[in-house]
Design a protein around this ligand. Sequence first.
Ligand code: NAP
Length: 339
Amino acid sequence: MVDQKTQFLSLLPGRPVPRIWFGAWAIGGWHWGGPNDTASQQALLHAFEQGITAVDTAPIYGFGHSETLIGKALRALPFDLRKQAFIATKFGLRWNGSGTPFFDTQHQGSSIHVTRNLSKVSILEECDASLRRLDIEAIDLYQVHWPEPGRPLEEVASAVETLLAQGKILAFGFCNWSVENLIDWNKISRFRPTAIQEKFSLLNRKIETGLLQYTVKHQIPVLAYGTMAQGLLAGAVPVERVFEASDGRSRSRAFESGMRMKIREALDSLTDIAEKYRCSAAELAVAFALCTAGISAALVGLRTLTQVDAINRAAQIPLEPGDYTRIRRTFEPLQFHGH
Ligand SMILES: NC(=O)c1ccc[n+]([C@@H]2O[C@H](COP(=O)([O-])OP(=O)(O)OC[C@H]3O[C@@H](n4cnc5c(N)ncnc54)[C@H](OP(=O)(O)O)[C@@H]3O)[C@@H](O)[C@H]2O)c1
């Protein structure tokens, strides 16, 4: 858990990690308007130099591209930085293969059919592919990306046990997992997840009504994604900003102009708090998540050097209780659980 003195998070023995992680979905390009590999490489290398040494990725992020770019960045790092790297990736989403249909998408002019697949055979195959792309010997944290309803959890447990025994993964976790999923897991496996990854932000505090209580009680670290609501809470989405068709935000209800205006107004009403802590809206949004009981780290979507510099301080902003409560109340009427 988080060491209050150093503000580092401990997930694996002797491997402290920062509370701000490099979220590597956007660098894969898919869903984010296409990749810019030069800027992504610079951002990754700069993040490591600045102490953001934990990276969260997934095979689906750019259909292998995000993992490949991270592998390249790791090779370019000096030895002392490379050994600090903490790499988390995921499994359970396949493209153009078998499994339970999830969604269809477009990527670089091709149609792609994405399925959920948590069969043991598929998990073992995916792990080898991720290790190859990342060019590492072991994955620090290997996470189920989404549950696959109807698939016996015993298959996942058996795959995870095999991979732990083989040393191909050092720990495992779950994303988008419910309390019921956790209880079911405990019935069939003696292995406990090292972390749980869930959506949490000022706009979406849904996990507070169940999952967070469970994880606090059972001392399971929660890694929060979506803390900036894909840029909305960072003040990065004025009404006039137009997203390319290949950027999923162009179709998201959360990005409709009415919502953008309400968020802008809410952020404007908190300017005095931002000034007090000398921070940006982006830092305030991430600091809010990190000051919430039970949230251990924020996985922040980064793809430029400037964004890395702009966010790194957020873990050192200790919001006073009164300010925390006011920020929270301001966004109470704007709770949004859709897409
Ligand atoms: N497990 C899961 O199912 C799951 C799902 C989603 C995400 N994640 C993880 O969480 C990470 C974060 O993704 P997210 O969707 O949650 O995005 P997010 O962190 O809420 O927002 C990221 C976006 O905000 C903008 N931004 C970044 N820094 C900024 C700054 N300093 N000032 C203003 N705007 C800034 C950027 O958009 P522009 O560059 O376009 O301005 C960036 O792409 C992902 O990379 C992934 O690792 C996991």
